[in-house]
Write a protein that binds this ligand. Sequence first.
Ligand SMILES: [Fe+2]
Length: 476
Amino acid sequence: MAAPMSATNPFLNFPFGSVQMECDARDLIVEGEIPADLCGSLYRAGPNQRFNPRGDYHLFMGDGMVHAFHIKDGKVDYNNRWVRTNKWKLEDREGRTLINPLNPFECDPQYTDFVFTDKDGTANTAIVWHGGRLLVMEEGHPPFELDPTTLESIGSWNFRGKLNTAMTAHPKVDPVTGEMVFFAYMATGPFAADVMVHKVNPEGILTESTLIPTPYSAMVHDFIVTENYIVIPVMPITGSLERAMEGGPPFAWEPEKGVFLGVMPRHGGTAENIRWVEMDLGFAFHFMNGYDKDGVITADACQLEAAPLFPTADGKSTPRSAPQLTRWTIDMNAAEPRAVFKRIDEFESEFPQCDPRYTGKEYRHGWYTSPDGELYSGSNELDKFYNVVGHVDHETGEVDRYSCGQAMPSEAIFVPASKDASEGEGYLLTVVTSFETRTSSLYIFNALKLSDGPLAKVHLSHRVPAGFHGGWRPGN
Ligand SMILES: [Fe+2]
């Protein structure tokens, strides 16, 4: 008999709490009209804890579940599956939680070593379709492959034995060449001060791995790939085994360490020709896009003043700050390049996206999620849930916003109307959870006319728990 979960941990309760089922739903109810040219699968990844967790539950440690909306000929089918990781399978057999993936000391004593040797992780963060494989990622481990239609677990994927590190949840796929570039931080071992950059060709063959020492051991969530540069942003969420052994936090916000952007030539880059460019203090989980022109690198980040979710080195909580879209500029023509930044708009925002055909290229259109202040967290009045999807036109500076009211949208994914459509011409897809009905619906917008409201709402009779990232696989 499975034990009840905590009623007070916010991440084990609505809207984050898990759904305890897997299903296949055919031909969902559609309000409005699905665009006839929209064909493919939208995937969502997130934590969906199976059993009452061991120790303090953090959202990052929940068992991964993937949800898929398969769209074709104006109809939508849906399915969801837990990812059958090693942890999931062991616990499924026992009917209880054995492992705390973030803390070996909180595992069942028989499984203390599991955390150090496991290759699957929790597979709960993001999805990419590349080289004919659907990969679900969680930055501490290699990716895990799923069947793109049934979501059946295929297993950990190490690129035919060539990947010996983890894989970021934010790989970049070059829209022209089809190459996928990704990295792993702490590449040579726990708390190592290095990253490994990997390149995978369009056929899914890992072709190049480059080890780069970093100024200090840092957690690096996302990065920037332009036509000519790879930028590794080392921002001060530091990792320290010594600190952990002394009872302090293994990962902590240490602003005095400074911000260093590792700028490496994308083609022929090595640890020798990387340049570490300094920037004033800031922190970003995610980048909307980045590009280079005449030796000047531009990148757009959802930037905060301090990293949320991590304590300071002495265990205190970090000051609250809100992410806002901010443009970074690095002039690599300068003798001593230094990155500068400037806020783009007035709104708080996260989960930035661009038209994937413009990844790494000069671009005009971006999208994000944002709060309008009307949807409050029940547990903390200062915490505003995000209830808005926004479009930013970098050319005109205009921002177009749509509020979902008492409902929370997931990260919104852009899908072009056709291969030849102009930049931004297409659809924005987001899974919206109503705080009134506690069910979720897929909203499909004209991506350049968000404030007109969704073209279609596709209703589920259950909820997709608030999760992290999604992905799109084009249909045919
Ligand atoms: Fe992320």
